[in-house]
Design a protein around this ligand. Structure first.
Ligand SMILES: [Zn+2]
Length: 354
């Protein structure tokens, strides 16, 4: 492994660990504002809470880069007479991944809990054969009901608890979706801090992506960008049992230039522009055709006034929406390199339809 590989790994660890359920991004927002302020001309927080880090350009074109800062999470719906907590999911969970997990409930103070379910020993054979539903689970804090109710109430957000580790060239953590992109956007803005760009760059750390691109839609309608580049993780099914056509992307195969996801056909001009920059700068890339799921790309493409020329740089990720998400540091570096190289050249490309 080369020595320079992600010098700033501690920053990635921090951004993965800080909680930020959809609609409850207070802590991660505050961290991002403090981290990004020295490197841009202006930092604004919009009405929904997305952070806009603005680097002024010399020309009149605007490019919006989105990286959603929320993470899949839960919200307290009920606390029973014994202090057990029922919850609703905020984002697309695979219920089997909730088994045997620790979570943090963010009330008057942070309280740790575990996801409980019916023990296998007392399940009927039909119950054992059925996959679990998220409503089968409850959260057990181990505290007496009086204490639970002193600190926690209906409406509190809940996030997953898991530490960040390095594994060879890989990193493994909760919330790499999408904190790895928060990291990439921060690192790119730092790299561009002393460079002049023709386009004004709006680095937008969006809220509420996991529940339907809500923050990006509002932010894009305010910024009204000419160009939009989204940063998010994408499916890497480069694993045992996968057919070649199911792989989508592979870890270590480079940054992924988005061609399509479940809600967006990327502008072919943006795909071609990114490919041309990657080739010129010798950045390793793969193409992403993800036939399900949506990203903030759709919010920006459709909700700029009259639409924008939109595409995405995606980071291949294994075990998406589980607490053991995994990305390759080399792909993360390639993504930073590609975004950093694209932004200064975006206004010199020939964007005519041909
Ligand atoms: Zn995401």
């Amino acid at each position: 492994m080369k020595q320079t590989l992600m010098k700033n790994i501690n920053l990635l660890d921090k951004v993965c660990t800080i909680p930020g359920a959809p609609g409850f991004e207070q802590r991660i927002r505050q961290f991002i504002v403090e981290e990004v302020t020295p490197y841009v001309d202006e930092v604004k927080v919009d009405a929904m809470g997305s952070v806009h880090a603005i680097k002024k350009g010399t020309g009149d074109k605007k490019v919006m880069i989105a990286a959603h800062m929320d993470e899949i999470a839960f919200i307290v719906t009920h606390i029973d007479e014994n202090g057990f907590i029922k919850f609703h999911t905020l984002g697309g969970f695979d219920p089997k991944t909730l088994t045997a997990q620790r979570v943090i409930i963010h009330g008057k103070k942070d309280v740790i809990g575990v996801m409980g379910t019916k023990p296998i020993h007392v399940m009927t054979s039909e119950e054992r054969a059925k996959p679990p539903k998220s409503t089968d689970f409850f959260i057990d804090t181990g505290l007496p009901v009086k204490e639970v109710k002193k600190y926690l109430s209906v409406g509190d957000s809940i996030t997953r608890e898991r530490e960040f580790i390095e594994m060879g060239t890989m990193v493994n953590s909760k919330s790499l979706d999408n904190r790895v992109s928060v990291f990439i956007l921060l690192e790119t803005l730092k790299k561009l801090a002393k460079k002049k760009t023709d386009a004004t760059i709006y680095g937008v750390f969006t809220v509420q992506e996991e529940i339907g691109l809500r923050g990006a839609i509002a932010a894009a309608s305010g910024v009204n960008p000419d160009f939009a580049i989204n940063l998010d993780v994408t499916l890497a099914y480069d694993l045992p049992g996968a057919a070649p056509h199911e792989k989508c992307t592979g870890l270590g195969d480079g940054t992924a230039i988005k061609v399509l996801d479940g809600m967006t056909v990327c502008d072919y001009r943006m795909v071609n522009f990114m490919k041309s920059i990657a080739k010129k700068k010798k950045i390793k890339y793969q193409l992403e055709v993800l036939t399900a799921g949506g990203t903030d790309t759709a919010g920006m493409q459709r909700h700029a006034n009259g639409g924008s020329i939109a595409g995405g740089i995606s980071i291949p990720c294994r075990y998406l929406h589980q607490v053991i998400e995994m990305v390759d540091k080399r792909d993360v570096e390639a993504s930073i390199d590609l975004l950093t190289a694209c932004l200064p050249e975006i206004t010199t490309y020939d964007w005519s339809f041909k």
